[in-house]
Design a protein around this ligand. Structure first.
Ligand code: FNR
Length: 348
C-alpha cells in the first residue's frame, strides 16, 4: 500500500509538472496543415445565417466538431482546471476527454478532479483516458468513475522513453488493446499524444477491431520537449522534430478506410486548420494545450473566447468554400503542396 501511495504521489506531481512546463514554454512546431490548399469560391450562393456547424459524436449531438482533448486530473489544482474546461465544453456543447485516470484507478483519493467533469458537463460527451497497460477491469472502473461515453487509450512510447521514471517495456500493448476492444461495450479510441499514428500502426489497430483513432500528430504540444525540460540526465534536442506531422498522419490514416472514425489532434490552433482537417477526412478535431494555457494564463473567458473564435471563423471559411454544413466539407476539392506532398509522394 505504501508503494502504491508513493507511486500515486509521483504520478500526481508529474501531472502538475506537465501543466507547469507546458504553461512556461512554447513546445510547438509544424503540423504541415499549411501545405493543404483549399480553393476559394466567389459564388457561394449561401446566406451566412444558414451555415450550420452541428455534428454528432459517440451518438450525441454536438454543436461543433471540436473536442477539448485529454489533459489533466489528479493533483491539487486539477479540480479547478477540469471544472472550468468542462464548463466551456458545456457552454459550447462540445465533447471533453479527461486526462489519464490511471492515478485515480489505483487510489480513490484522486477521483474528484475527474468526476467533476461529468458533474459539470451533465449529459454532454465525456471521455475516459487510460494508458495502454491497464486491465479491462481497470478501464471499466475509469469509465464508471465518470459515466464515460467512450474510453481513450493513449500510446506514448516517445514520451515514456524520454522520461527518467517512464516505462521501458512496450510489449503486449496491441494484445491488451484487442482485449479491451472485445470486452468493453463502449467505443475504444486509441490515441497518440503528439507523435502521430502511422499508416502501418493504423492498419494494425483496425485489424484488431479499433474503430476510433486519434492521430495525435506532431506539430503541437511536444512531450519529448516537455520531458527534456524535466530530465536532468540526458538531453533530447536531436529528437525535437521526431514524429509524424498531424496532417500526414490524418491523410494516411483516412486513406486506409472510410469506416474509421478519425480525430485530428496535434497543433490544431486555427479555424483554417480545423476546416482543412475536416476536408481531408477528420470526423472531429482535438485541441489541448492552447485551451489550458488560455485558461491558466488569462482566465475562463479567454479560453472560451478562443474556441468561440475558432467556431465563428470556421463558419466564415465554410461560407468562402460554399459549404453550408459539416458533411459538405467532405466534398471540398483540395490540393497538397510542399513538404506534405513530398512526404506523401515519397511513401513506398
Ligand atoms: C496532454 N495530453 C494527454 N493525452 C493523454 O492521452 N492523456 C493525458 O493524460 C494527457 N496529458 C496531457 C497533459 C497536458 C498538460 C497536455 C497539454 C496534453 C496530450 C493531448 O491530449 C494531445 O494529444 C496533445 O497535447 C496534442 O494536442 P495539442 O496540445 O497540440 O492541442
Amino acid at each position: 500500500m505504501e508503494e502504491l501511495n508513493s507511486k500515486s504521489k509521483i504520478r500526481s506531481s508529474r501531472k502538475k509538472d506537465h501543466v507547469n512546463h507546458i504553461l512556461k514554454d512554447n513546445f510547438e512546431s509544424d503540423n504541415y496543415f499549411k501545405d493543404i490548399y483549399l480553393e476559394h469560391n466567389s459564388l457561394p450562393e449561401l446566406d451566412f445565417a444558414e451555415i450550420s456547424t452541428k455534428s454528432s459524436f459517440l451518438g450525441k449531438d454536438i454543436s461543433f466538431p471540436v473536442m477539448i482533448n485529454a489533459m489533466t486530473g489528479g493533483f491539487d489544482k486539477a479540480v479547478e482546471i477540469n471544472s472550468n474546461l468542462a464548463k466551456i465544453a458545456r457552454e459550447l456543447n462540445i465533447p471533453m476527454a479527461v486526462g489519464s485516470q490511471t492515478i485515480a484507478i489505483k487510489d480513490k483519493n484522486y477521483e474528484a478532479s475527474f468526476k467533476i467533469v461529468r458533474e459539470v458537463l451533465k449529459d454532454g460527451v465525456v471521455i475516459s483516458n487510460v494508458n495502454a497497460f491497464v486491465s479491462v477491469d481497470e478501464a471499466r472502473r475509469a469509465m464508471e468513475m465518470i459515466q464515460a461515453d467512450a474510453i481513450q487509450i493513449h500510446l506514448n512510447p516517445a514520451q515514456e522513453i524520454c522520461m527518467p521514471e517512464g516505462d521501458r517495456d512496450f510489449k503486449g500493448v496491441l494484445n491488451n488493446i484487442e482485449d479491451m476492444v472485445k470486452k468493453i461495450d463502449k467505443p475504444v479510441i486509441v490515441k497518440e499524444v503528439g507523435f502521430g499514428i502511422s499508416k502501418d500502426v493504423a492498419t494494425r489497430l483496425r485489424s484488431i477491431g479499433v474503430k476510433y483513432i486519434d492521430v495525435g500528430g506532431h506539430g503541437g504540444t511536444n512531450f519529448i520537449k516537455v520531458e527534456n525540460a524535466r530530465n536532468e540526465e540526458f538531453d533530447f534536442y536531436e529528437l525535437f522534430e521526431w514524429g509524424i506531422p498531424t496532417a500526414l498522419s490524418l491523410i494516411e490514416t483516412r486513406a486506409i478506410s472510410n469506416d474509421l472514425n478519425i480525430i485530428s489532434t496535434g497543433g490544431m490552433r486555427t479555424a483554417n486548420e480545423v476546416v482543412k482537417a475536416l476536408c481531408v477526412g477528420a470526423d472531429i478535431i482535438g485541441i489541448s494545450g492552447p485551451v489550458l494555457k488560455k485558461f491558466v494564463d488569462e482566465g475562463y473567458e479567454s479560453a472560451e473566447k478562443y474556441l468561440q473564435n475558432i467556431i465563428y471563423k470556421s463558419k466564415v471559411i465554410m461560407l468562402l468554400l460554399g459549404k453550408k454544413n459539416i458533411g459538405e466539407l467532405k466534398n471540398v476539392p483540395y490540393r497538397i503542396k510542399g513538404e506534405l506532398k513530398e512526404l506523401l509522394d515519397g511513401a513506398k
